[in-house]
Design a binder for this molecule. Structure first.
Ligand SMILES: [Zn+2]
Ligand SMILES: [Zn+2]
Length: 136
């Protein structure tokens, strides 16, 4: 699979326990296959709430294509204190998160459902950009 953000940059698989996350070493974006978000949340209901609590996204971001099927993905913003914009394949292959967005999603997961082991692991691997230097 190639990175939907960079041209022809292959995604690198990172495996932890049962979860395999593909990421781009160049832009640090992350591809989550369908179902992986539930494992990251450690709670299927919380993950479903997250996936269903989306808002329309302001225009501006470049459309991306699903690394699996090549179809154009839709952009959706999550709710919460710090909304993130995710790209989702309408055929259900998965979600694309830009650099730093995974950390925000995982923080929210920990807040809502105490997260999971793999979520904590990924937060170490993909720390947020945290420009404000907030005390986290
Ligand atoms: Zn990339
Ligand atoms: Zn797809």
């Amino acid at each position: 699979m190639d990175c939907p953000h960079c041209d022809a940059e292959p995604l690198v698989a990172l495996e932890y326990e049962r979860v395999e996350v593909d990421y781009c070493a160049k832009c640090r974006g992350v591809w989550l296959d369908a179902g992986e978000l539930e494992l990251l949340y450690g709670d299927a209901n919380a993950a479903r709430d997250f996936l269903e609590s989306r808002n329309p996204v302001p225009r501006g971001e470049k459309p991306r294509r699903c690394p699996e099927c090549g179809a154009r993905m839709v952009k959706e913003a999550t709710e919460g204190d710090r909304p993130v914009t995710v790209d989702r394949c309408t055929k259900g292959h998965g979600l694309w998160l830009d650099r730093g967005e995974l950390a925000t999603v995982l923080q929210q997961a920990e807040h809502e459902s105490h997260g999971s082991e793999v979520g904590r692991f990924l937060r170490e691997v993909f720390p947020g950009t945290n420009k404000t230097g907030a005390s986290e």
